[in-house]
Design a protein. Sequence first.
Length: 135
Amino acid sequence: MRSSLQSLTISTLLLFAALAFAQNPQGTPPPSPPSTAERLENLAQQLNLTDAQKEKIKPILEDEAKQIQGLRDDTLLTREQRFSKFKEIRENTQSQIRPLLTEEQQKKLDEIRKQSRQQPAGRGPQNRRDTQNPQ
């Protein structure tokens, strides 16, 4: 009887482990989104922002982060509704940032956005394996 209980317990644990692994085959948690400070620093480097531009853009990114967190916390929305609202928040953020940029910076931002749309999700340059030089 005790042996059967132990077998059942072990089987149940293995089942849960298999289910957890199937949801995330790498066995690692999904990467967290970049912080507001990281996003601002990335924009600053990519667009060569001035200190004045950084000061104006920071609260816009902070507001966006709050809205996105609220969206993630809203369990009543469907996946499609959440995606639509997320897209709306991002577009609103971009519409606030664009006027703060020079024409050259706007063109560069457009190039960056175009490239990011062409990459599969989660496969940005920092996440891509070097297929030319596998090690």
